[in-house]
Ligand binder design. Structure first.
Ligand code: HGY
Ligand code: MN
Ligand code: MN
Ligand code: MN
Length: 414
């Protein structure tokens, strides 16, 4: 007998309209989104999400890290849940799809099941994870990280933004300091839909990325300690200018990283000088550094290069260079059964596809510590993300959502 769900498809227009509606929250003049973690805009997006989930009868739970769980009961609620979800927070100049696509693709799956009166055997849970981006509060993925036991709740609550406001204070202020313990319940399988945020799928004209794992990430603060002095009377040779040391280290480190492997990545996305006056040589400059590589040995090699070159620059310039480790997320391999469930869904639906490792970090990295996980990628225009021009085609978003639907149905033993 044919499986009744075989021909189920999501409502592409409803998915697109929900994405455009939530994109209005924190919309920027250049067409992007600024809904940084736990801001009023994040709260507004969360409130809209909760309302949409309640509209289709989901039970809502919020844990003490502000992670939101919308549960759709199954026929057998003693069974572990099949979960999906992602994040609603964005970069300061983020786009309309990073994170939020995974959340609303999950919602569209639940809406489609509701429309068709389908009750899965296992319960389904749709999750919004707190502070995935790590833009306002470091590190990234801290909501899912505390939930998976990587960080303590105290650590999670203590993380402060540049003005010293903490995650705990902001959760309280926006009304998302939940009462539920931050603990994983039994989970059968987890799938996360996301735009690729890179150029591979678009270049190779593949509609779906079957994600087999995530590359490793290491974050550091590199502090260059200078001697503040007057920009005018102080001769150049009498200065201990941290900017000179910083430029030497960056030049050498970028050269080494690029020479080491084409998979290696170095990014300096944030630079702060104190006291921050144009006519005073800085007392210190802080460089926020992001290193990535798909394999542990590669990431460790880059780590070694950083420390060796920092030492070298310190000796040559006399400027103290301090390397502080902020965060380490080792490379992750996803679960073979979940990868197969995504592959089978792609075959059933007939979408072009390829297997790939994610260059970006995702909450699925920490979910994979406690549950079988895979991810579903769709192309984004020009491979652009963390950019207000981020864009994706409705047909691709629909395809990824159909794959998510069928992978979840398979895992939930419809
Ligand atoms: O940094 C990342 O890869 C993700 O956007 N948090
Ligand atoms: Mn994301
Ligand atoms: Mn992101
Ligand atoms: Mn991410």
């Amino acid at each position: 007998m044919e499986n009744p769900a075989q021909n189920l498809r999501v409502d592409s227009a409803r998915l697109w309209n929900s994405l455009m509606e939530i994109a209005e929250i924190g919309a920027t003049p250049a067409g992007g989104c600024n809904r940084q973690a736990l801001t009023d805009e994040d709260r507004e997006g969360r409130d809209l999400f909760v309302r949409w989930c309640r509209d289709i009868g989901c039970e809502i739970r919020v844990d003490r890290m502000g992670n939101i769980f919308a549960r759709r009961p199954g026929a057998d609620n003693s069974s572990p849940a099949v979960i999906t979800g992602s994040h609603l927070d964005t970069q300061p100049t983020g786009g309309k799809f990073d994170g939020v696509y995974g959340v609303l693709a999950g919602l569209e799956v639940l809406r489609t099941l509701e429309d068709n009166g389908i009750r899965t055997k296992a319960p389904l849970e749709l999750v919004v994870w707190t502070n995935e981006e790590g833009a306002r509060f470091s590190p990234a993925m801290v909501g899912s990280g505390v939930w998976a036991g990587e960080f303590s709740l105290e650590y999670g609550h203590s993380r402060a933004d540049k003005s010293g406001i903490t995650i705990g204070e902001e959760l309280e202020r926006i009304g998302y300091l939940g009462t539920e313990p931050v603990l994983p319940r039994a989970i059968k399988a987890s799938f996360e839909a996301h735009i690729e945020q890179g150029p591979i799928l678009e270049k190779q004209e593949q509609v779906i990325g079957v994600v087999t794992g995530v590359q490793g990430i290491r974050w550091y603060d590199v502090i260059f300690h200078g001697m503040p002095c007057h920009a005018g009377p102080t001769p150049m040779e009498d200065r201990r200018d941290p900017v000179q040391a910083l430029s030497m280290l960056c030049e050498r480190l970028y050269r080494e990283v690029r020479a080491y492997s084409e998979d290696a990545r170095i990014t300096c996305g944030d630079l702060r000088a104190a006291p921050g006056s144009r006519n005073t040589v800085p007392e210190e400059v802080v460089l926020a550094l992001d290193l990535r590589h798909p394999i542990p040995e590669g990431l460790n090699h880059l780590h070694g290069s950083l420390y060796r070159l920092a030492e070298q620059v310190q000796e040559e310039t006399g400027t103290r260079v301090e390397v502080r480790e902020e965060w380490y997320s080792p490379p992750v391999a996803f679960d073979e059964n979940c990868i197969d469930a995504v592959s089978r869904a792609v075959q059933t639906l007939g979408y072009s596809n390829r297997r790939m490792v994610s260059g970006a970090g995702h909450d699925s990295v920490y979910v994979s510590r406690v549950a079988p996980v895979s991810m579903i990628f769709v192309p984004c225009e020009g491979g652009l993300s963390h950019n207000e021009a981020e864009s994706a085609e409705p047909g691709h978003l629909e395809a990824g959502c159909n794959v998510l639907l069928h992978a979840m149905l398979k895992a939930a033993e419809l």
